[in-house]
Design a binder for this molecule. Structure first.
Ligand code: UDP
Length: 238
């Protein structure tokens, strides 16, 4: 067993992780690099579920602020996550990792619908399952979708790949003396409104006792290192 003690994990990637240095959309080179990181973890024997966000293409809340109907905007956001999921699937298959995309909004000519027991079977066969369209409901985020799928799939941890190496007591990009937490409790995250994931995702992980590990996906090798119990991260747990 690996040192972290995790066997099955859910990796949440924000849509922005796929942008690379761009301001919008999908950067194929960065998507390929992330696929390489996922492959390292897969080759090390971990069972992997992925949830991909859509913020690099469309965010419902931002669009609603500019006058879109929130419900319609959120469905557009969910469709954006399907585009990202297909991009990640393509990049993973390019490096020989077998995958399936399952969407919370059925679109059978594009990918499988979300069927939990079928996803379970894919994982047993060594495939990486990429969950698209979040929860399938407007007024939610893919963070909450990730927490939900992590609970449904009995994942040992939810890994949140971001552009910083953990959770700090202040913004490390603005405050040079900001300190990184090694561990944090769910209740502190919620009480102090720390920006880990949105509150509904955090409380879902708390209630189902699923630790959240925040790490830097932009740093090569960190995903595999964090899974070995090495590397820099913050672990949020009960
Ligand atoms: N979304 C939604 N329900 C969900 C998940 C996502 O309505 O269960 C929509 C919402 O509009 C959101 C967009 O999809 O803004 C993209 O997801 P998110 O903002 O979570 O992506 P990320 O920030 O992770 O890139």
């Amino acid at each position: 067993m690996q040192r972290s003690g995790f066997k099955r994990i859910l990796l949440k990637l924000s849509g922005e992780a796929l942008m690379g240095t761009g301001q919008y959309g999908i950067d194929p080179a960065e998507t390929a690099r992330i696929a390489g990181e996922v492959k390292l973890a897969h080759d090390a024997g971990y069972e992997l579920c992925l949830v991909v966000g859509g913020g690099n293409i469309f965010r419902g809340l931002a669009a609603a602020a500019k006058g879109f109907d929130r419900g319609s905007a959120d469905y557009m956001g969910m469709l954006a996550t399907v585009m990202n999921a297909l991009a990640v699937q393509n990049a993973l298959e390019n490096v020989g990792v077998h995958t399936r995309v399952q969407s919370a909004i059925p679109m059978p000519s594009v990918c499988e619908p979300y069927i939990r027991r079928r996803a379970e079977r894919h994982i047993e066969k060594g495939r990486v399952v990429i969950f698209a369209a979040g929860t399938g409901n407007p007024f939610f985020t893919t963070d909450t979708g990730a927490a939900l799928r992590a609970a449904e799939m009995n994942c040992d941890a939810l890994l949140k790949g971001t552009s910083v190496d953990g959770v700090y007591d202040a913004d490390p990009k603005l405050v040079p003396t900001a300190k990184r937490y090694q561990t944090l409790s769910f209740s502190k995250v919620l009480a102090d409104n720390l920006k880990v994931m949105d509150a509904s995702a955090v409380s879902m992980c708390r209630d189902n006792d699923i630790p959240i590990v925040v790490f830097n996906i932009r740093e090569a090798g960190t995903l595999a290192a964090v899974l070995r119990g090495e590397g820099t991260s913050t672990i949020v747990m009960n």
